[in-house]
Design a protein around this ligand. Structure first.
Ligand code: CMP
Length: 140
């Protein structure tokens, strides 16, 4: 298995409820190392650019409003098979479909306020990491 990096966001519903540490414990418990992390307030432009792939979807406007409704924690996670491992520990997008013990089953409020985002492919991970982090911030 390859050592990979993936991009993660702890979303405003989770930072608002002070769940950053609990979510980080689940990520680290799954074998992922948090090699970069910062708490930021996304601008509308950030959120629209980040989620541009969803811009034709009916939920796009509400998703952007939600993502700028509070601070988020953006992260780079590293580990063996990190992209798939992170998606497993997050659980399904809709918390109603997420497995027991996953971040979204445990903490998410709804399909929109679903506590965490994780890259869905190596290609998107590289794009998403580069959007939020300078190379000098990735110290391994
Ligand atoms: P995320 O993994 O960050 O990618 C897109 C986000 O859109 C998703 O998590 C959800 O938070 C949000 N979203 C809101 N409504 C829907 C929906 N009906 N289907 C999929 N994603 C949705």
């Amino acid at each position: 298995m390859a050592i990979e990096r993936t991009f993660s966001i702890i979303k405003p519903d989770a930072t608002r409820r002070n769940l950053t540490g609990k979510i980080n414990a689940l990520l680290e418990g799954a074998g992922l190392s948090i090699i970069a992390q910062k708490r930021i307030q996304m601008t509308r432009e950030n959120a629209e650019t980040f989620y541009a792939v969803h811009k034709e979807r009916p939920f796009f406007g509400e998703l952007v409003d939600f993502m700028i409704s509070g601070t988020v924690v953006v992260q780079v996670l590293e580990g063996e098979n990190a992209i798939a491992v992170n998606r497993d520990v997050m659980g399904a997008t809709n918390p109603k479909d997420a497995a027991e013990g996953t971040i979204r089953k445990t903490f998410a409020e709804s399909i929109e306020a679903n506590s965490a985002h994780g890259s869905d492919s190596a290609e998107n991970a590289a794009i998403e990491i580069a959007y939020f982090f300078a190379g000098s911030e990735l110290v391994g």
